[in-house]
Design a protein around this ligand. Structure first.
Ligand SMILES: *[C@@H]1O[C@H](CO)[C@@H](O)[C@H](O)[C@H]1NC(C)=O
Ligand SMILES: *[C@@H]1O[C@H](CO)[C@@H](O)[C@H](O)[C@H]1NC(C)=O
Ligand SMILES: *[C@@H]1O[C@H](CO)[C@@H](O)[C@H](O)[C@H]1NC(C)=O
Ligand SMILES: *[C@@H]1O[C@H](CO)[C@@H](O)[C@H](O)[C@H]1NC(C)=O
Ligand SMILES: *[C@@H]1O[C@H](CO)[C@@H](O)[C@H](O)[C@H]1NC(C)=O
Ligand SMILES: *[C@@H]1O[C@H](CO)[C@@H](O)[C@H](O)[C@H]1NC(C)=O
Length: 461
């Protein structure tokens, strides 16, 4: 009996749910509940003979889980109908759910925060409130909440703030002042210089090659066979739509049916394709992508500079800044910090070798992904004070790249990024490169208009 129980238990572990869906991954699916959670664990630490106390916290958050965009919502029912038409004997098919599946996605709420996304924020803020309780408790009127102008970002900020106050004080308090600053949180918007690099021929070569390669093609074929489709094939777009609907149906409605259409290997392949796109388009494809995040880098470090100065002059200073944005807010910034950088680039031809890659967007930027810098003042008896910086990603302490250990001398961390902090010139980064005279005549108003329209429709992850 005991042995049977143990076997059943092992069986459930072996069949752990597949939870890695790039930027459509819920924070709950990747946050490890066994992560240490002690009251004030981020507030103080002992460093050799020095006692270090937090003096400032600076956070960057991606919004929580959201509804799909209208483009996806409108493609779902046609796909359902196509599959229904081409699966014979649907009543005997493992995919008979297609007969009753309803497209319940509200077009008028496209991309807005869903209840699961609010829950993610509430959980994260609750843990932060505990981890920094004695720091936060008397500084709640010295916090700044900043957001992108989108509903999902602002709604995330509100849920976060409410939960943070509740955990630290037990009080019900709504967020009343929210600073909307797209320059800092959506620095990547309308940046012509970066956009023109992305439009260069061959910029997404690795992505295109993998999408046209054997892994993706074989996966498509095996999905067609598994579904039992007759007299039709699936386009690459349709395969990708199934891959998107799987996590959307899970996060929005707790429905798993679409996920059952894909094997774990196929999901790995789709996931790699998406990671390739993100790697080249938003992170390590060109150094300007990272440089573009300088307004955010500057805002974070200036806030810490001000805290150090405020302490030294015994003046009131901002104790915490929490910013709410998008996956695109975090990804180029990760690249600027040098995070999630593998020893060599991910490419179309090294899929197998990069299976355990650092650049895995499901872990990097699930919904509600977060990055917290905590600045500490350390003192050794009465000797001079020193400042140290710690970095937390998705609530796990991580080293600051280029700095060695887990705690970094503040001046060293700042020096690593001094150029971005002190010489951030978004105008020059985003300036369109000069075009030749013949080309300029081509770039007439209509083309510019179309380009703007297009670049807006593919943005806003
Ligand atoms: C952590 O706990 C939450 C809530 O109980 C659960 O939904 C989630 O699946 C757990 N996550 C992991 C990675 O175990
Ligand atoms: C906070 O806002 C919610 C909804 O917007 C409202 O129902 C609630 O009464 C507010 N709470 C406080 C303490 O103001
Ligand atoms: C946003 O932040 C930038 C950079 O700090 C600043 O120059 C700008 O005035 C701010 N905009 C708003 C609307 O607050
Ligand atoms: C794709 O399928 C072909 C034909 O079955 C096979 O020879 C090839 O090894 C497969 N390639 C990959 C990368 O799975
Ligand atoms: C990006 O910034 C770094 C350091 O700030 C600088 O050395 C480099 O030239 C910049 N690259 C581009 C393409 O602007
Ligand atoms: C701290 O104090 C110890 C002993 O008093 C001394 O050896 C050490 O150098 C001091 N460290 C710093 C950073 O001041």
């Amino acid at each position: 009996m005991l042995i049977l129980g143990a076997l059943l238990f092992l069986g459930t572990i072996a069949k752990a749910e597949y939870n890695s869906y790039n930027t459509k991954t819920s924070y709950f699916w990747v946050y490890d509940n066994s992560t240490t959670l002690n009251t004030n664990q981020w507030t103080t630490f002992q460093f050799g003979s020095q006692a270090c106390n937090a003096i400032h916290v600076s956070g960057v958050f991606r919004h929580g889980a959201r509804w799909p965009g209208d483009n996806y919502i409108m493609e779902m029912t046609p796909l359902q109908n196509k599959l229904l038409q081409h699966i014979p004997n649907i009543d005997k098919s493992p995919y008979r759910f297609l007969k009753t599946w309803k497209n319940l996605y509200p077009l008028d709420k496209e991309k807005e925060l869903i209840p699961l996304g609010a829950q993610e924020m509430i959980a994260i803020a609750g843990r932060l409130g505990r981890r920094m309780q004695s720091f936060l408790i008397d500084k709640l009127d010295r916090l700044i909440v900043m957001s992108a102008n989108k509903q999902r970002a602002q709604a995330s900020a509100k849920e976060f703030y409410k939960s943070l106050i509740k955990t630290t004080t037990g009080q019900d308090r709504n967020l009343t002042t929210i600073i909307i600053n797209n320059t800092i949180v959506r620095y990547y918007d309308k940046c012509g210089g970066v956009d023109s690099i992305k439009k260069r021929e061959g910029f997404l070569k690795e992505y295109d090659d993998f999408r046209n390669g054997q892994f993706f093609t074989n996966a498509t074929d095996s999905i067609v066979r598994r579904l039992g489709l007759v007299d039709t094939a699936l386009s690459k777009d349709e395969v990708e739509l199934i891959y998107q609907m799987c996590p959307y149906d899970r996060t929005c409605f707790s429905r798993n049916d679409w996920c059952s259409m894909l094997s774990d290997d196929e999901k790995d392949i789709m996931g790699y394709l998406k990671d390739l796109e993100t790697y080249y388009e938003e992170a390590y494809g060109h150094p300007l992508l990272a440089n573009n995040s300088c307004p955010l880098m500057q805002n974070i470090f200036n806030g810490m500079d001000d805290a150090i100065k405020g302490r030294a002059e015994n003046k009131r200073y901002t104790a915490g800044i929490f910013r709410f944005g998008h996956s695109e807010t975090l990804i180029p910034f990760f690249a600027a910090l040098g995070m999630f950088k593998d020893s060599y680039p991910i490419r179309a031809d090294n899929y197998k070798a990069m299976k355990n890659r650092k650049f895995n967007t499901a872990n990097m930027v699930p919904y509600s992904a977060n990055l917290e810098f905590v600045l500490y003042e350390c003192a050794n008896g009465t000797s001079a004070k020193e400042h140290y910086l710690k970095l937390f990603h998705n609530e796990i302490e991580v080293p600051i790249p280029g700095c060695g250990g887990l705690q970094c001398k503040y001046d060293d961390a700042r020096a690593l990024h001094a150029d971005m902090i002190d010489n951030c010139d978004l105008e020059s980064i985003c300036k369109e490169p000069a075009v030749s005279a013949e080309r300029r005549t081509l770039v007439n108003g209509v083309m510019l208009f179309l380009a703007l329209l297009f670049s807006n429709s593919v943005k806003n992850l």
